[in-house]
Design a binder for this molecule. Sequence first.
Ligand code: N01
Length: 524
Amino acid sequence: MSGSDPGGGTDAGANASAGIDTGGGTDAARAVACAPVQEQRDFPIAIIGAGFSGIGAAIQLIKAGINSFTIFERADEIGGTWRDNTYPGCACDVPSHVYSLSFEQNPNWHRRYATSWEIQEYLIDVVDKWKLRERMRINTEITKARFDEQSGTWTLTTDGGETFTARVVLAGVGGLVDPSYPDIEGMDEFAGDMMHTARWNHDVDLTGKRVAVIGTGASAVQVVPTIAPIVAMLAVFQRTPGWVVGKFDRIYPRWLRNFLARFPFFLRASRFAKYWVSELRGPIVFLDSKVLSKIGTWLSMWNLRRQVRDPELRKKLTPNFQFGCKRVLVSDDYWATFERDNVELITESIERIEGKGVRTKGGTLHEADVIVLATGFKLGLAESPFPVIGRAGRTLSEAWEGGAIAYKGMTVAGFPNWFILMGPNTGPGHTSVLVYTEAQISHALQAIKKIMAEDLKYMDVRQEVLDRYNDGIQKRMKRMVWSGCKSWYLSEDGSNHSLYPGFAAEYVLRTRKLHPGDYEIARS
Ligand code: N01
C-alpha cells in the first residue's frame, strides 16, 4: 500500500495555529488529548462505524492533524460489509483498483475483483498501519444519540449504558448492513440448516448436500456458481431475473503486482482509467433512455447467449424490465451454472417452507438439506440507525417520516454537527461508492476545521437549503431508470432515497467546497 507517513500528520503545524487539536491546542482539547483514549469520555469528534467510511474518515482526520477522536464499532472486528459477508464466492463487483481508498492504494490485489477476504485483509492492514485500533472501541454499539443545544455537544449512549460526548459526529454505519429475512410461511419449521448469505455459517459443510438458494440478486450470482460444483443438488428460486453483464475477471500475476508496487504512477493510472470507464458507461446504467438501455440489454443478452444454449432456460432467465432499473449484476459464470445437471432454476413462486424443504405454489416440494437466503439487506440509509435526537427534541425518524433526505447526502436540518457518510441519495449504481464516501469525508473535514478553528458551537444546515437540494435531487430522479421496477433502491412508497442521480464526478465537484452560508452557525 502506498500513502503518506501515518505518524506524520501532514498539516499539523498549520492546523495547530488554526486552533485544531493536534495534541497542543486549547486547554480543554489538550486535556482531552492527554488522557489515554480508552479512558476518555469526551471527544471533539466521534466516528460511528469502522467500515470503509469510518476508517477513511479517521485517516483523513489524522492526516489533517486532528487526533482527538474515537471510533465506535458494534462488532468485535473492523470491516463492516467485508467482515460480515463471507459467503462462498463473495467478492467486489467493482474493480479493486477503484474500490479502495484513493489515499491507500493497493498494488497487491490478486485479481481484478478482489474477494471479500482480500478486501477485509486490506482494511485490517490499513487500520494497523494507521494504528487506528488504539482509537477504537470495539464491541460498543451506539444505541442513542442526543444533541444538547446549550453546550453544542452530542451525547452518545452505548449498549453497555456508558455515555460519551462529542462536538462532531461522523456516522459511518453503512447502507446495506443488516440482512433482510424474507417473510415466508413456515420458516421456523425447516429441519435442516438455514442461513443468510450475509451471515454465512461456516460450520455447515455443503459438500454433497441438497441446497436451496432463495433470491437471485448480487449475492446469489456469486454464491450460486461457487457452490454448484460441490453440492449434490442446487435449486435456485428466482422471483425476478436480473440483467447480468460479463465480469471479465482476471488474476493479477506477481510480476504485475510487483511492477505496480515499484511504479505507483501506473497504479494511479489504472485507477484513473477504471474510474473513467465506469463513469462514461454510467448513463447506460442510470439514465432512463431507451437507446442507452438497448446497449446494456444487448451486452447482457450477448452474455446470456454465450453462457446458456437452451432457449427455454434463456427465456426464463431473461428480465422483463429496463436495463439498469435494478442493480446490474456482474458475473461470467452465473448463467452458465444453470446448464449443469445438478442445478435447477425454479421460477414458480414459493408457497411455504416445510420441514423437508421449499414448497412452491403448484404443490411441488423441493427437498433440501440447507436453505440459503440470498435475499439482500434492509436499506439502512433510509432510516435512522438508532434514536438520534436533535434540536428541540426532534428525532431523525420524525425528520425522515417522508423519506430520508440529507443535504448533499450528509447533513440534516436540526441535527447540527452530525455528518452522515454514505447517507441518503449518495449510492451509485455504476461505480465505486468510495468515490462518494471520500467526497463526504473531505466535505465534513472542512466543516470540522471551521468548527474547531472558530470554536463554533455548531453548524446546522438550513431547512430551506436542504429542501431545495432535495427537490433538485427528486426532480432529476424522474430522468433516471430506477422507478420502473421494484428493488432495494426504492422505499415502500416508490421514492428513491438511496442513489445519486448522476455522475460520481459531478457529486465530487458539488461537494468539494463547504458553503458556510448554507448552515446556521451558533458560536460558543
Ligand atoms: O440482495 P438483492 P443482494 N421470496 O436485494 C429475492 C450489494 N452487494 O444481497 O428481485 C423470493 O439484490 C429478490 O427477488 P426480487 C449490491 O449493492 C454487493 O443480492 O425482489 N425471493 C432478489 O432476487 C447489491 O445490489 C456485492 O423479486 C425473494 C433477492 O432476493 C446489494 O448488496 C455483493 C424474497 C435479493 O436481491 C443487495 O444484493 C453482494 C422472497 N420472499 C451484494 N425476498 C458486491 O459485490 C427477496 N427475494 C460489492
